[in-house]
Design a binder for this molecule. Structure first.
Ligand code: KG4
Ligand code: ZN
Length: 335
């Protein structure tokens, strides 16, 4: 049977993206980002994001079709992020996708953005099949999952408060770093040392839970105390110490979960997985435990449309199509 040709569209935050896949083979992967505009405001301004998506969506889809060397009439389905995210931003991609699906008389597949992040590993390894343990770490979620099938997972544990990406963004602000904070903290941490004592992360009852709120408060207090006393402190050391406290635990607990469940493969997804320090930690911990690690390429960890097309393929094969009345959702529970 021919592999389906699917167009993926993503517009949940500040990246307008489109990608084409044939089966699990990625044919094109285009992105137009408004991050540099948003940086002037220190974060994503929803209205600016929506307008930027409106300006970019037609162009990014055209680019994706051209780069894949396919005509839109050849598409078998259009997959699009319908949530979670900024409503106005989501509606731009969703409306565009609906128009395309209706015009071409092909199925529309509404994709949960987080499920898209979780599907990014499939782009990396065509033969990847569940079961595996998945570390999810993005701006809104941090959790360890037991992925049972392509469509079913169990949440083994997760953050009790802030998400890892959110903690990176907040610490970036304290350190006076521009938006987006995660990559900036990582860059600064390379110049520093992990020498500042950090509190042990709160471990919940379930064993795979963690908390970032206390860590963030500790950093804020450390910086304020140093400044009030007029004492010298190193921004790079704070970045390095925070990064290690925030990420070591993710690598440790992910491997712990794989061992406990006797699962030989680990995957990961979400913006924080683009962090080089975390990637090395995971690599090292998995190697030591004899586990196979499949990490999506860095560009498929942060928001992109290839992962939306990859999740679209899963839903296509499961026959899960969406009505043209599908609405955008600001939040979707992890399920
Ligand atoms: O998955 P994502 O692109 O968007 C969603 O939340 O869905 O994740 C964005 C988050 C932001 O909080 C950002 O600071 C963080 O991922 N992030 C990173 C890095 N790159 C992005 N955090 C740490 N190190 C990075 N290199
Ligand atoms: Zn995302």
């Amino acid at each position: 049977m021919d592999q389906p040709l699917i167009l993926g569209i993503e517009s949940s935050c500040d990246e307008t993206a489109a990608a084409v896949i044939r089966g699990r083979i990625l044919l094109s992967d285009e992105i137009i980002s408004s991050a540099s505009v948003q940086a002037k405001f220190g974060g994503v301004v929803p209205e600016i994001a929506s307008r930027a998506h409106s300006d970019a969506v037609d162009e990014v889809v055209t680019r994706a079709l051209n780069a894949a060397n396919v005509r839109k009439e050849e598409l078998d389905a259009v997959a699009v992020t319908y949530g979670a995210g900024l409503l106005g931003a989501l509606l731009v991609g969703l409306s565009f996708a609906k128009g395309l699906a209706y015009g071409l008389q092909i199925p529309l597949i509404g994709v949960d953005h987080i499920r898209g992040h979780l599907a990014a590993g499939y782009l990396e390894n065509e033969a990847l099949t569940p079961p595996f343990i998945t570390l999810l770490a993005s701006g809104g979620h941090t959790a360890i999952l037991f992925t049972k099938t392509e469509t079913e997972f169990e949440v083994l544990g997760g953050t009790l408060d802030d998400a890892a990406g959110e903690a990176f963004d907040k610490v970036a602000r304290v350190l006076g770093l521009p938006y987006p904070g995660g990559p900036q903290v990582e860059k600064l941490a390379r110049e520093g040392k992990n020498v500042i004592p950090m509190p042990k992360m709160l471990k919940g009852m379930g064993g795979y839970d963690f908390s970032y709120s206390g860590l963030k408060t500790h950093i804020i207090n450390y910086v304020h105390t140093k400044e009030q006393k007029g004492e010298a402190w190193s921004r790079a050391d704070v970045a390095a110490s925070f990064q290690s406290a925030a990420l070591d635990i993710l690598a440790e607990k992910t491997v712990e979960a794989a061992k406990e469940r006797h699962i030989g493969t680990v995957t990961a997804g979400g913006g924080v997985i683009a962090n080089g320090y975390l990637r090395e930690k995971l690599q090292h911990a998995c190697e030591k435990a004899g586990l196979k690690l499949i990490l999506p390429a860095k560009k498929h960890c942060t928001d992109n449309a290839a992962m939306i097309a990859a999740e679209g393929l899963i839903q296509y094969r499961a026959g899960n199509f969406s009505p043209l009345s599908l609405n955008a959702c600001a939040s979707i529970p992890l399920r």
